[in-house]
Design a protein around this ligand. Sequence first.
Ligand SMILES: Cc1cc2nc3c(=O)[nH]c(=O)nc-3n(C[C@H](O)[C@H](O)[C@H](O)COP(=O)(O)OP(=O)(O)OC[C@H]3O[C@@H](n4cnc5c(N)ncnc54)[C@H](O)[C@@H]3O)c2cc1C
Length: 329
Amino acid sequence: MSLPSFKLFRPHSIEDAVRYLSIHAGEIKIVAGGTDLLPSMKQRLFTPKYVLDIRGIEELQSIRVIPGHALEIGALVTLTAIEDSELIRRRYPVLREAAMTVASPILRNMGTIGGNICLDTRCLWYNQSLTWRKSCGFCIKKDGDLCHVAPGGKKCWAAFSADSPAALLCLEAELEIAGPTGFRRMPLADFYTNVGDAHLKIQKNEILTRVLLPERTAGYSGVYQKLRMRGSIDYPLAGVAAIMKKSSAHGVVEDARVAITAVNPAPLLVKEAVHALIGKPVNEISAAAVGELAARLAKPLTTSLLTPEYRREIIRVYAKRAVLAAARA
Ligand SMILES: Cc1cc2nc3c(=O)[nH]c(=O)nc-3n(C[C@H](O)[C@H](O)[C@H](O)COP(=O)(O)OP(=O)(O)OC[C@H]3O[C@@H](n4cnc5c(N)ncnc54)[C@H](O)[C@@H]3O)c2cc1C
């Protein structure tokens, strides 16, 4: 499969990138590592007239400590750089663990944290060639008006299938977004709509520039558990991140967060998990209670070759395991 033709722009500053996005809004796609966008363009899921290659914007390529926040990660930092960062390993281990499970080493060398956060949603009926999709009458997410996974429904249930956002949700990450009127910030928790065919709250003339991690969650232990078809390379079909801070004196949980990914059109924080854990020691019962809460939040449909029942059950099991493992870490 070949790429459709397009005109390429290569800005070297955020201002220039935003200018191109504003002039060509609706006809232009941002490419960072290209590990997801380019295969999707080959499948004619996107046929933009213009492509904006942002890799020349140097100021988005670093990880640094900044006043007011513990850490700032540029949108172009690769997943390999996250894996290699001593600072992230020490202070935000859950992010490193999630990033390390993305795709394969070669894809992580190219793939960026910004691309991972802005990843398109995925579905068995969508991530296919043009011929395949045409033979099924297309779908609500692209070129059609019916949903094969929830027939009769109007909502697109394509699953958000990136790993690092579950970890970033636990860490209470904030995003910095640049647009024609300057920069704005929003919590990552507000960035996703939970609707598969319009899943991000970012405008066509905006670009994700940085991820900010707070001091508050630095040093928490963390674990990421993931289900995928091919152990060495695949997108998640269910993912759970858990972070925890325990009181050194009594061994009870002082603070904790659990988030799930790949089973809804958005990564989601299991909000009640904190109440199930705080002030208590972690044991089989409290961990199982979190597993139950996570499974209740998960709404997988037949967007993959695995059954929804199996993926929901895996969320239950992995959430329990993640909580027990985070308590031991
Ligand atoms: C075989 C294979 C396996 C994979 N397995 C996994 C996996 O296990 N887990 C996983 O999470 N991902 C997986 N991926 C997807 C992908 O490799 C990663 O998600 C990667 O982090 C995407 O980053 P990128 O820079 O390559 O994004 P790109 O492909 O460049 O972009 C992805 C999307 O984000 C948008 N975008 C990129 N940067 C920005 C920005 N700064 N601002 C606004 N929009 C932006 C693009 O327009 C595009 O829509 C896999 C891909 C392949 C081909």
